[in-house]
Design a protein around this ligand. Sequence first.
Ligand code: AMP
Ligand code: MN
Ligand code: MN
Ligand code: MN
Length: 277
Amino acid sequence: MKVDLHCHSNVSDGLLPPAEVSRRAADNGVELLALTDHDDVAGLVEARAVAEARGLRFLDGSEISVSWRDDASFHVVGLGIDPANGALLAGLKSIRDGRDGRAHRIAEELDKIGIHGAYEGAARYAEKASIISRAHFARFLVEGKMSPDVKSVFDHYLAKGKPGYVPHEWASLEEALRWIGNASGVAVLAHPLRYRVSRDELRAFLGEFKDRGGQGIEVACGAHSAEEVKECARLARHFGLKGSVASDFHGPGESYAELGKAPPLPDDLVPIWHGLI
Ligand code: AMP
Ligand code: MN
Ligand code: MN
Ligand code: MN
């Protein structure tokens, strides 16, 4: 079965409306899809309707921003969540509310290095979205020819240690797992090797994640090389986590992987979607 359990619409920082994401997934032969916008569930009704009309199975999802220990952040994907769950909705709203002040602080830092009007510029790219993400800032900086593409904007301006980076307090791991669990979903660690943490810290995080009820890890991840997929498979086996398949598609020309084009999941791992569909 062709599976993709991590992608974004323009409800968060993707480029396509939710219906277009489902259409594109269907055109690409995806049979099981989850839309996982950052810190929101607002696109799920539209995405599900189109997915089901095209004969796809659909899981409701969201990618939740989490702070851990002093200054690390991780993304935890909730899959099979009830998108009407009150505590989940309130929790996600609290994260979205915090994002606006962060966006102003990012703009203030960019202003100091001579990049003016970045809040308004990013907000234009987030017109249809319920959040402002660094991806919106990145598009504005590309427009202003500060960098040739989104990835190099991150490398020069927005990643940790760069002038436009500001620390931010997201949800705690405990909160994110509670919201997902209360909403009858399963929690999956997104793109495990894309965080700015040491391997020891990643392992410590995964131990805590598993102990607190986390169930899955993105092994077949579009943002990972073949070697990294193997490393994630080893982590899945070591921590007793199920495997997920994730393009992390944001839009044509702006992603590591096209919708439905994540690498295959190694045969010996238990797929996270078993028991969810
Ligand atoms: P935020 O949640 O506001 O911190 O923004 C994180 C988002 O920025 C991710 O979900 C990606 O969409 C994007 N992003 C982060 N790092 C990179 C990168 N190195 N290249 C391209 N996009 C990135
Ligand atoms: Mn994103
Ligand atoms: Mn992410
Ligand atoms: Mn993502």
